[in-house]
Design a protein around this ligand. Sequence first.
Ligand SMILES: Cc1cc2nc3c(=O)[nH]c(=O)nc-3n(C[C@H](O)[C@H](O)[C@H](O)COP(=O)(O)O)c2cc1C
Length: 342
Amino acid sequence: MRAPSISERKRKHLEVCLSGAAAYATRTTWFERYDLPYTALPELDLADVDTRTVFLGKPLAAPVLIGAMTGGTEHAGLINRHLAEAAQRLGLGMMLGSQRAMLERPETRPSFLVRAVAPDVLLIGNLGVAQLVRGYGVEELVEARTSVGADAMALHTNPLQEALQSGGDEAFAGVIERLREVVPAVGAPVLLKEVGHGLSAALARAVADVGFAALDVAGAGGTSWAKVEDLVRYGEVRHADLVEWGIPTASALQQVREVLPDMPLVASGGVRSGVDAAKALALGAQVVAIAQPLLASALESADAVVDVLARYLRELRVAMFCCGARDLSALAEVTPSLRPRA
Ligand SMILES: Cc1cc2nc3c(=O)[nH]c(=O)nc-3n(C[C@H](O)[C@H](O)[C@H](O)COP(=O)(O)O)c2cc1C
């Protein structure tokens, strides 16, 4: 059977993600295992809570990125513009979806161009680690970044997804050496991210000296990209154990933080409320990223995306208020407690 083209596959990815069917069914983020310490006398006004931060050298009104999603399809340009406009209005950052389609089919480039509506946002481009093994290098990373005016590049690593994808890239041997050659030569910050199956302590050790500007743990408990591929390929889950495999986001975050105490970290994968975000920030993340929950609103309008994100931001502010954390450095000092097991 012929492998589907990138744009056909991307269209099906969007359909499956929108349907909600690609969420983990049996694995959670483990954020639910933690409680933030509740303070009945916070000694600050809610209006005084300050969520501002700087990430990768750019100011953010709150420690929230719109997660990497799309580009290269019919709807992608619209989705990206709505997401970007919302990020600009709220002072948040944004990651683009994989730009491989753009490098291989330059006619899809306009779907990635968001600077006109988001001149000030922290914008992060995206390519796959698997492509580096197959011949992409510094030139492609630089082109991907500069042609969309991004501030930084994210490299996604997704072996489980690729292994289940029809025609996926299965060659990962030599990948760390390749990253060592390429990442320091890009001349801009490069992040490493998973896509929802998580980075581990062992991986953090292995990439400690590669030169990444940040790591996005992209753990399990939200969208399972292995499940997306099974559903796209067969219309059903055929590999029940594989699609539920991954390191829960809260665990991935703690594992990576322990090995790399000074590395800027993004927590993503199943961040589904501002309280999840507050827990992630208290457990050692600098920012969080949110993908699937923004997809439906992104098809609709920038206003709809702003509405969804405003709920997260409000919840984050209230969580900080009721922990007595005036700003993000105070929140980082907060120790979430483990809930007793039922
Ligand atoms: C529709 C959609 C498309 C995605 N495409 C990409 C991509 O091109 N590159 C990438 O690195 N991650 C991609 N992701 C993965 C997300 O960035 C994120 O790591 C993952 O979905 C887990 O976050 P979530 O649980 O908030 O959805 C995509 C996610 C969604 C929902």
